[in-house]
Design a protein. Structure first.
Length: 592
C-alpha cells in the first residue's frame, strides 16, 4: 500500500543513520525469530539494499494545528500569580508592567483581574529595595523609580513620592516618564497644600515638556493653584486657556458635544470661574476677564455657569441679576431671551412676586416685536420667541387690567365719601392711578394682538384694550380699538358689545372738547359717528341695539331735511322684527 507522507520536522540528517540502524536491527531479529518458528515463512524483497545509506528515513504525517485559544483573563491571572509568587524583583516588576499594559490595552475594569493596590505598592517597594541592595544595574531604573514613587504616594507618603520623582527627573532627563513625573510632582505639591510649588511645577511642565499630553490638565490645575494663592486674575486667564483647548465651545450654549470625561473637566473649570466672579464683582469681573483675554466667545457659558452656581446656593436674586446682566451686555444675541427667562424662573423659585412681574415686563420690552432684538431675528427664530412673548403679554395685560379695576373701585369709594379699609392710606397714595394702570393694560393687549398676527382670539383682547383706553379717558383711541374689535373679527363674543361701545364713546368724546368743537371738527365728528352706526347695522342687523340706532339716525336726518336718507334709514329700521312698538311707530312716522 502506498500513501503520501510528509517528512517529520525533527528527521534531521545527523540522526538518520542511527534510526535506520535500529530499524534494520529490529527487522532482522524479528525475521530470525520467525524463521525458527516456521520454516515456511519467507521474506522477499524486490530490491536488494546495497548499504544502510540506501534505506529511506522514516516519515510521519505532520498537520499544522491552530494554537489553543487562551483568553486574556487567563493570561492576566497567570501574570498576577507570577507577580505575587516570583522571587526575583525584576520578574515582579516586569509582571506588573505586563498586567497594567494588558488592562489598559483591553480596557479591563474587573477588580478580580487586578492586583490589590495596597499589596502592589508593598511589593513594588520591596522589589525596589532588593534591587538597590543587590547593587546590580537595572536598565529600566527610571520605570522602577516612577513605580516606587507612585507606590509611595499610594501608601500616603506624598513628600517621599515627590523626592523620588525629583530623583527620576534629575537622573534621567531623557526618560519617557519625565513629563508624567513632573506632572505627578505638581500634583503632589497641590495635594499637600504647597500651592506655590505646585504652580511653579505646572508652569515648568507647560514650558519644557516635549509633548502636550499633560498640558490641559496642567493648565486646569494651575488655574486652581493660582486661585488658592489668591492670584485671581491669573487663575481666570488659565481657566479660559482650558476652554480654548476645545474649539467646539466657541459661542456654544452648552458642552454636550464633548466626551464625558471632557465634560467633567469643563464643568469643573466653569465652576472655578464662577467662584472667581462671585468673589469679586460678578458680571463686571466676567466682562473684565473677557476683555483681558481678547474675546467673548464663551460669554453664554460663563454667565450660565455663574447663574446656575447662584441658583444652586438659593441666591435667587443674585442669579436673576446675572441673567439680566447678560441681556444688557448682549441684547441682540439670539439666546439672550433664554437668560431673560432664567431671571423670571429664578425670582419665581425664590417667591419674589414683584420682581418676577418686573422681569416679565423687562422680557417683553427687551425682546418684543417692536424691539431691535426682534428685527434681527430670522423667521425660524421668531417662531421660537413669539409664543413666549404672547404668554407674558397676556399675563401682563390681565394683571394691569385687574389692577385698573381695583384702583377704579377704590377711587369711586373715596369719591363717594367712603373709607377704604383694605389697605393703609400710606400704601394707597403710593399706588399708580387707575388711569396709568388702564393705559398700561391697553398697551400690553394691543402689543399682544400685534404679536399674535392673524388669530381668532384677537377680538377679545382688542375689546379689553378698548375698555382700558376708555377708562383711561383716551376716547379717540378707544373708539378706534372698539371698532377693530367689532369688525376685524365680528364673530367673537364681544363683537356686538364692541361696536355699540364705539358709537356710545363718540358722545363721551364730544364732551371732552372745551371749549366746544369748531364747526369743521363738529361736522367731522358727526359724520364719523353716523358712519359707525351704519356700519354696526350692516354687520349686526339682528342685534337688539340695531333698531334703536337706526331710528335715532333717521330722526337726525329728518331734522336736517335730508329726507332721502331719513326715508331709507327709517325703512331699514322698520324691517327689524326685534324693534319695540314705540320704535316701529317712530320709524314709521318718519318714513311716512
Amino acid at each position: 500500500m502506498s500513501r503520501q507522507i510528509v517528512p517529520s520536522a525533527f528527521s534531521a540528517r545527523s540522526h538518520s543513520g542511527q534510526c535506520m540502524f535500529v530499524l534494520l536491527f529490529t527487522l532482522f531479529m524479528s525475521a530470525a525469530h520467525f524463521s525458527h518458528a516456521t520454516e515456511s515463512f519467507m521474506v522477499e524483497m524486490k530490491t536488494e539494499l546495497q548499504k544502510i545509506g540506501d534505506i529511506k528515513p522514516a516519515f510521519i504525517v505532520y498537520k499544522d494545528k491552530p494554537l489553543p485559544q487562551v483568553s486574556i483573563n487567563y493570561v492576566l491571572k497567570r501574570y498576577i500569580k507570577l507577580f505575587e509568587t516570583a522571587q526575583s524583583p525584576i520578574v515582579k516588576i516586569d509582571a506588573l508592567n505586563r498586567i497594567n499594559n494588558l488592562r489598559a490595552k483591553y480596557e479591563l475594569e474587573s477588580k478580580k483581574l487586578s492586583v490589590d493596590p495596597m499589596k502592589q505598592s508593598q511589593i513594588v517597594l520591596e522589589s525596589y529595595q532588593q534591587i538597590i541592595d543587590s547593587g546590580e544595574f537595572y536598565q529600566r531604573m527610571d520605570e522602577l523609580i516612577y513605580l516606587t514613587a507612585k507606590a509611595t504616594a499610594f501608601m500616603g507618603n506624598t513628600e517621599d513620592a515627590i523626592k523620588r520623582l525629583k530623583l527620576l527627573v534629575g537622573l534621567y532627563p531623557r526618560s519617557l516618564l519625565v513629563d508624567e513625573s513632573m506632572f505627578r510632582m505638581a500634583e503632589g505639591y497641590f495635594e499637600v497644600g504647597d500651592y506655590a510649588n505646585a504652580a511653579a511645577q505646572y508652569k515648568k511642565l507647560l514650558t519644557f515638556s516635549q509633548q502636550d499630553h499633560f498640558h490641559l490638565k496642567s493648565k486646569y490645575k494651575l488655574a486652581w493653584a493660582e486661585f488658592r494663592l489668591d492670584r485671581l486674575e491669573e487663575a481666570g486667564k488659565q481657566a479660559i486657556a482650558v476652554l480654548d483647548a476645545f474649539p467646539v465651545l466657541a459661542d456654544a450654549l452648552n458642552f454636550s458635544a464633548l466626551e464625558d470625561n471632557q465634560q467633567d473637566l469643563v464643568e469643573d473649570n466653569l465652576r472655578l470661574l464662577s467662584i472667581l466672579f462671585s468673589k469679586q464683582e460678578d458680571a463686571r469681573t466676567l466682562e473684565a476677564l473677557q476683555a483681558k483675554v481678547g474675546h467673548s466667545k464663551y460669554a453664554y457659558l460663563l454667565y450660565d455657569a455663574l447663574f446656575r452656581s447662584y441658583l444652586a446656593q438659593d441666591r435667587f436674586q443674585d442669579a436673576a441679576k446675572v441673567a439680566h446682566a447678560y441681556t444688557d451686555n448682549y441684547p441682540t444675541k439670539y439666546h439672550a431671551y433664554e437668560m431673560a427667562l432664567n431671571a423670571i424662573k429664578s425670582y419665581n423659585a425664590g417667591k419674589f412676586d414683584i420682581q418676577e412681574w418686573q422681569a416679565k415686563e423687562y422680557l417683553v420690552a427687551r425682546f418684543g416685536i417692536n424691539s431691535p432684538y426682534w428685527a434681527g431675528l430670522n423667521a425660524e427664530q421668531q417662531t421660537v420667541v413669539r409664543p413666549i412673548l404672547i404668554e407674558y403679554l397676556l399675563e401682563l395685560g390681565h394683571l394691569y387690567y385687574v389692577k385698573m379695576q381695583t384702583a377704579y373701585e377704590k377711587q369711586q369709594l373715596l369719591a363717594a365719601g367712603g373709607k377704604n379699609t383694605s389697605q393703609p392710606a400710606a400704601i394707597q397714595t403710593k399706588e399708580p392711578s387707575f388711569h396709568a394702570l388702564a393705559k398700561q393694560s391697553a398697551e400690553y393687549y394691543l402689543e399682544l394682538v400685534e404679536t399674535r398676527g392673524e388669530n381668532r382670539m384677537n377680538g377679545a383682547s382688542l375689546f379689553l384694550a378698548a375698555e382700558a383706553l376708555f377708562k383711561a379717558g383716551e376716547y379717540k383711541r378707544a373708539i378706534n380699538v372698539y371698532e377693530r374689535a367689532a369688525y376685524e373679527q365680528p364673530g367673537h363674543a364681544d363683537a356686538v358689545k364692541s361696536g355699540y361701545a364705539a358709537i356710545l364713546t363718540y358722545d363721551d368724546l364730544a364732551k371732552t372738547y372745551k371749549p366746544a368743537m369748531d364747526a369743521v371738527t363738529a361736522e367731522s365728528h358727526k359724520n364719523a359717528r353716523r358712519e359707525s352706526i351704519e356700519r354696526f347695522a350692516k354687520y349686526f342687523p339682528g342685534a337688539n341695539e340695531t333698531p334703536a340706532l337706526l331710528s335715532g339716525l333717521a330722526s337726525e336726518f329728518f331734522a336736517e331735511n335730508n329726507f332721502m336718507k331719513a326715508e331709507s334709514v327709517s325703512r331699514e329700521a322698520l324691517s327689524k322684527t326685534s324693534a319695540s312698538l314705540e320704535l316701529l311707530y317712530a320709524s314709521g312716522l318718519i318714513n311716512a
